[in-house]
Design a protein around this ligand. Structure first.
Ligand code: NDP
Length: 324
């Protein structure tokens, strides 16, 4: 495994990490979750990502049960949660958002479900237009001072709001966000590469990036339709199907062009796509998702492909995603 600093913090995080979205508590029960976490930890993965909203808290419960069962030393891994969407079926106004009340209560609930005493990373899952940023920054600062959270961050906040959080933290001597959690993959680059560029420079922020395979699209599995056992066939994720596949054939054309490059290198497209994310030095960790052990095995192999992405290969990749 390769380890990278989480931005300018002293935390060494594995360059490949593992997240529970969609899978834990829906496609994957406790036994499979145990196999996935055991494999990941065995290969040096030291960060497991979660959120209050993932399967309405069940993903955290499954992860917590499995972590307790596997008895990994607590100092050998990091675990996260994210607050904003709520975990209730139809959240009441106090059960969602980034108010002090919900941030503090959601943290408490995540600690219980994950069966840990503190969260290593705690993210604001989206910006909350109905809460002053001051209130959220102060709530995160409180959690850090109470020892319930070690580092806090944002997820998909506009750069402007992150600047504002830093200004508030600096002026009031509060802990500032140290990490962003954005989507980043071969088909989705703008925010990480352009919008956030000033943040790395100004504050040394790290990133834990999500959907490196664009929910599986960058495996090539959706080239000829939607396999019945795949993520985009899951009931309740029709919105995701629309988001991933509803943009015409242009994206599938890019996937096919990328597949040719991967085939010439003799590697699966998944490994090429994941390794490509790691070429960006501002990516602290690529969060992998997997519904099967074989997928995780394959995706962890991306580290071996990384040294093969030389200038010529990267230029070909660039042309494939620009012109097809
Ligand atoms: P990916 O884009 O890698 O998608 C993962 C899915 O792709 C798997 O569940 C599987 O779906 C399919 N897949 C993975 N590997 C393979 C393979 N080798 N061959 C074929 N299919 C494969 O990552 P995620 O979208 O899961 O994102 C990773 C993590 O990031 C999440 O688990 C979550 O923790 C976090 N996240 C954060 C968000 C945020 O807003 N902050 C938003 C989304 C995710 P299947 O087998 O079901 O088809």
């Amino acid at each position: 495994m390769l380890y990278r600093r989480l931005g300018k913090t002293g935390l060494q995080i594995s360059a490949l990490s593992f997240g529970a979205w969609v899978t834990f508590g829906k496609q994957v029960g406790r036994a499979q979750a145990r196999d996935l976490l055991a494999l990941a930890h065995d290969r040096g993965v030291n960060f497991f990502d979660n959120a209050e909203v993932y399967n309405k808290g069940v993903a955290e419960q499954v992860m917590g049960d499995v972590l307790a069962d596997l008895r990994f030393p607590r100092d050998s891994y990091c675990v996260s949660s994210k607050v904003f969407f709520g975990s209730a079926e139809n959240p009441l106004p106090t059960q969602r958002g980034l108010s002090r009340k919900h941030v503090i209560e959601a943290c408490q609930q995540a600690l219980q479900r994950l069966r840990v005493d503190y969260l290593d990373l705690y993210f604001c899952h989206r910006p909350d237009p109905d809460t002053p940023i001051e209130e959220t920054v102060a709530a995160m600062d409180t959690l850090i001072r109470q020892g319930k959270v070690l580092y806090w961050g944002t997820s998909e906040w506009p750069a402007e709001a992150i600047h504002e959080a830093h200004r508030i933290a600096r002026e009031n001597h509060l802990y500032a966000p140290v990490v962003e959690q954005p989507q980043y993959n071969l088909l989705h680059r703008e925010r990480v590469e352009q919008e956030y560029a000033p943040l790395y420079e100004a504050y040394g922020m790290g990133t834990t990036i999500w959907s490196p395979l664009a929910s599986g699209l960058l495996s090539g599995k959706y080239n000829d339709g939607i396999p019945a056992d795949s993520r985009l066939a899951q009931p309740g994720y029709e919105w995701l199907r629309e988001d991933v596949l509803g943009k015409g054939d242009e994206r599938l054309g890019k996937v096919r062009a990328l597949q040719l490059i991967a085939a010439e290198l003799g590697v699966p497209l998944t490994q090429l796509a994941i390794a490509w994310c790691l070429l960006n030095p501002h990516v602290s960790t690529v969060m992998l998702g997997a519904s099967r052990v074989e997928q995780l095995e394959q995706n962890l192999g991306a580290l071996e492909v990384l040294p093969r992405l030389d200038v010529a290969v990267v230029e070909r990749i660039q042309r494939a995603i620009q012109t097809t």
